[in-house]
Design a protein around this ligand. Structure first.
Ligand SMILES: [Zn+2]
Length: 314
């Protein structure tokens, strides 16, 4: 049996061990946390079967936020789960009922071809099945208490889910990315994710602080899996958020902002990963992080533009 009734599901998005969803089981009832894309539905249903559950035994699909690697398959999955309700941040709920803006936003980041290949047609969720989870929202899974808190910083529609039973948070992207390729004798490594378009460094650090306040034993991060040593990881994340913001400010004056930022981030993460004791060759490290470096650079550029916009208007 999975520890604390929690199963890690590889959604299959992009590559193995990249994008996780979770299934929490209590007394034969299930709650999913995030769901990958349309292509992940079979893996989600297989996880149910593996735990002896049928689709009718699922009470909840909780979305940490509405970015498509977490929520893209929600509409398709909900069609398979006759008794489930969708729990989502109040800012994310409208986009699940009417995904048109979400699709437009993601197309702007990823492009048409990648949208079609990786995500397919995003299906809406009927409004009657959607429940908004504001900060402090409590609910239960067959008597097992669960609680959501508002965690802006990666996105303003982000929540994290506290499971008192396992003393763990399901952190979506708030607690960064922690790839198993970088595990060493020192434990897990983590780096922040600043995917466009709502990265807010101070809010992100404050959200990470709120997660630590609960005294968690572990974090279930989407990318990828359960991690411990949470205080050390939080320190790593805070240091890197500061370094990334500094790199963005410096790159702002460069001729090619994007290229300058990409190489600055690459240098930062290589140095951090090496300091953690990872012995993969540089190319191997770059291969694991290539997509995140690109997205983090884009997100930092959007943040930079917002800063200068605010300065111009003040
Ligand atoms: Zn993500």
């Amino acid at each position: 049996m999975a520890e604390h009734g929690i199963t890690t599901i590889d959604t299959g998005f992009q590559r193995p061990n990249f994008d996780a969803a979770y299934l929490i089981v209590e007394n034969g009832r299930g709650a999913f946390v995030d769901c990958g894309t349309n292509h992940s539905v079979p893996a989600m249903l297989q996880a149910l079967a593996g735990n002896g559950l049928s689709p009718a035994d699922v009470d909840w699909l909780v979305l940490t936020h509405v970015h498509l690697d977490h929520a893209g398959g929600a509409g398709a999955l909900m069609r398979e789960l006759p008794n489930a309700r969708l729990l989502v941040h109040p800012r994310g709920a409208p986009h699940m009922v009417d995904p048109s803006k979400l699709i437009a936003g993601a197309t702007a980041v990823y492009g048409e071809a990648e949208m079609a290949r990786s995500y397919g047609t995003i299906l809406p969720v009927p409004a009657a099945r959607v429940i908004e989870a504001p900060d402090g929202f409590e609910f239960e899974l067959s008597g097992r208490p669960l609680r959501c808190i508002d965690t802006p910083g990666h996105a303003r529609h982000h929540l994290c889910l506290w499971d008192a039973r396992s003393r763990s948070w399901f952190t979506g992207d708030t607690f960064g990315l922690s790839y198993r390729e970088f595990d060493t004798v020192n434990g897990a490594f983590a780096l922040p994710t600043t995917t466009p378009v709502q990265f807010e460094p101070e809010a992100l650090k404050a959200s990470i602080g709120r997660l630590l306040d609960a005294g968690p034993e572990a974090m279930y991060v989407t990318h990828y899996g359960r991690v411990t040593g949470v205080e050390r990881l939080a320190g790593l994340l805070a240091d890197q958020i500061d370094a990334m913001v500094a790199a963005a400010r410096e790159a702002a004056h460069a001729e090619d902002v994007h290229a300058t930022l990409v190489s600055a981030l690459e240098a930062l993460y290589l140095q951090q990963v090496r300091a953690h004791g990872v012995t993969l060759p540089d190319d191997g490290i770059r291969a694991v992080l290539a997509m995140d470096i690109e997205l983090n650079a884009q997100g930092l550029e959007v943040w930079l533009q917002r800063q200068s916009g605010q300065a111009a208007h003040s």
